[in-house]
Design a binder for this molecule. Structure first.
Ligand code: PRP
Length: 223
């Protein structure tokens, strides 16, 4: 039996996927998670994991270097890759928002001359501003986007919010939501045809883990 390859984003989402797979009974070699190996198999050799930068996961999967991948919906939509998306995984929830200083709240952005928007998501930001009919200059950054308004680089920004602490601590407020994001399982189109039954079986396993987890969260909410 061929080994299915799954590309995981290094970091928080990776840990949550491994927890879910462990809960499903998969076992991993000692040290696979603690070390710096970027590729390893589970104990039964049915799954091979490759650890990539989050933004690169869809690339590995679209080119077929990996059969499957886990990626945030924000990154997936920004990259516009052609992949199957059989399952939302219910963790890694966050929102992509338009934010700015409180003075901007309530102002009509269409009337602001030469509006500048700082973001790590230039494609989604451009789509949003086009849809809203607001003209703006997009200023791409690779991190710490919340700095931009305070230092005069941009009037507003588009970035992820999870707890809201980064916005609050930098004196910024949310103005609008562009996207609700969570981790998504993605599949290469050719792999899906080639390994239909195995991929479907894995999707079903993960789907039951997601349902179980969601049920647990609901029970917690009700106590
Ligand atoms: C992310 C995101 C926000 C922050 C939001 O940044 O880009 O800056 O987390 O989280 P919060 O709402 O819980 O405060 P990350 O830590 O990935 O660093 P970066 O800004 O350098 O990309």
């Amino acid at each position: 039996m061929d080994t299915l390859t799954i590309a995981l984003p290094k970091g928080r989402l990776q840990d949550q996927v491994m927890d879910m797979l462990t809960w499903l009974g998969y076992q991993f070699p000692l040290g696979a998670l603690a070390g710096r190996k970027l590729i390893f198999n589970d104990q039964s050799d049915t799954l091979r994991f490759i650890l990539a930068k989050p933004v690169d996961v869809p690339t590995y999967v679209e080119y077929g270097a990996s059969d499957l991948g886990v990626v945030g919906l924000d990154v997936l939509r920004e990259g516009k890759r052609d992949l199957l998306e059989p399952l939302r995984l219910g963790f890694g929830r966050c929102r992509l928002v338009l934010a700015g200083p409180p003075e901007v709240q309530g102002r009509n952005l269409r009337l602001m001359p030469h509006l500048r928007v700082a973001t790590k998501y230039p494609n989604l930001t451009l789509d949003y501003f086009n849809q809203q009919g607001i003209s703006a200059e997009i200023i791409p950054l690779s991190g710490s986007v919340e700095l931009a308004p305070g230092v005069g680089l941009a009037e507003v920004l588009v970035d992820l919010v999870e707890t809201g602490i980064t916005l609050r601590d930098n004196g910024l407020v949310e103005l609008d939501t562009l996207l609700e994001s969570e981790a998504v399982l993605v599949v290469n189109r050719a792999s899906h045809k080639l390994h239909l039954e195995r991929i479907q079986a894995l999707v079903n396993q993960l789907s039951s883990a997601v349902a179980q987890r969601n049920a647990g969260e609901q029970a917690d909410d009700n106590t």
